[in-house]
Design a protein around this ligand. Structure first.
Ligand SMILES: CC(C)(COP(=O)(O)OP(=O)(O)OC[C@H]1O[C@@H](n2cnc3c(N)ncnc32)[C@H](O)[C@@H]1OP(=O)(O)O)[C@@H](O)C(=O)NCCC(=O)NCCS
Length: 277
């Protein structure tokens, strides 16, 4: 059962009604206005009202939903009603959560959520240079993904990622990202080799779901995909690039360090509720 959030005004109404507007700033798990606009337009945001506030539910994948909690940390939080796995996350700085966040996490653990993964945020300031739309280098082509690339992207993600920890979208959400022009693919001599999804705020690029097919790794494709995303951001005049890396992912950490990204102290811990039996 899903009550859709119709638009940003409806979202604002629900959050105001939940009485969590002040407390949520402390809990640190919230949606940016750009995301609310996009997700309500694509009909992927639902809600469940509860005693302590509001669960906002993003239908991101057929195997799990992503939850945002707009609740009073002082009250006991009720379980969301879901027949698939559900996952939520909290963002803190320098490995410390504020007390209000710790309280909410303790409530979630009491009702069955478990710590799934911890990620660290990396960022880099972007220069302002112009560059070509398509880069072709020794058999490598980087271009915006089309509908014909969706199946290969989903297969690569399936074999590469923990779908929940990496918050991987399903085919419908991927198709929406593709038609918004947010997905970049790499091909070697015409063979699909890698993918990256971009997200944008008014001033920042967010790099998501970077993956290179196993047989093509170590050939600078990851480097080329990130460079292509940065070029798009520079053309838009954005000043900063951000990405998240799950703890212990050494190839990704080395890639981003080499490309000039540094940790900025922000970390995210994800809590997941298994699908009911
Ligand atoms: C991370 C990933 C995208 C890198 O792609 P790639 O095309 O192999 O990377 P590149 O060839 O451009 O490598 C650039 C640099 O990254 C680092 N790197 C790449 N693979 C590495 C590995 N297995 N171990 C250590 N460092 C590695 C190196 O510093 C490398 O520079 P070098 O070649 O001069 O040594 C790829 O390993 C991958 O798809 N991993 C699984 C998905 C994933 O973890 N994505 C990141 C999510 S945040």
């Amino acid at each position: 059962m899903c009550n859709y959030i119709r638009n940003i005004e409806h979202f604002e109404e629900l959050v105001t009604h939940s009485g969590s507007r002040e407390s949520i700033k402390n809990i640190n798990c919230y949606l940016m206005p750009e995301e609310i606009y996009k997700l309500t337009r694509n009909k992927t945001l639902c809600f469940q009202e509860m005693e302590s506030g509001l669960w906002v539910i993003q239908n991101i994948h057929k195997e799990y939903v992503l939850l945002y909690l707009y609740a009073n940390p002082a009250k006991t939080i009720e379980l969301p009603i879901t027949d698939i796995a559900a996952t939520t996350f909290f963002i803190g700085t320098n490995k410390i959560f504020p007390i209000s966040t710790q309280t909410v996490i303790a409530h979630l653990q009491e009702i069955g959520f478990f710590c799934h993964a911890t990620s660290f945020r990396f960022s880099k300031m972007l220069g302002r240079v112009s560059s070509p739309e398509t880069v072709i280098l020794g058999g490598l082509e980087i271009r915006a993904a089309g509908a014909e690339d969706v199946t290969q992207i989903l297969c690569l993600w399936e074999e590469t990622f923990d779908l929940v920890a990496n918050q991987i979208p399903d085919s419908n959400n991927l198709i929406a990202e593709v038609s918004d022009g947010n997905v970049i693919c790499a091909f070697i001599d015409g063979v699909f080799a890698g993918v990256l999804v971009t997200g944008f705020t008014k001033s920042e690029l967010l790099i998501r779901h970077v993956a290179v097919a196993r047989e093509f790794r170590g050939k600078s494709i990851g480097t080329a995909l990130v460079a292509a995303a940065e070029e798009v951001a520079q053309k838009k005049g954005l000043g900063r690039s951000l990405l998240w890396v799950i703890e212990g992912n050494k190839p990704a950490l080395s890639l981003y360090n080499k490309l000039g990204y540094n940790t900025d102290g922000r970390f995210m811990t994800q809590y997941t509720l298994a699908a009911p039996d």
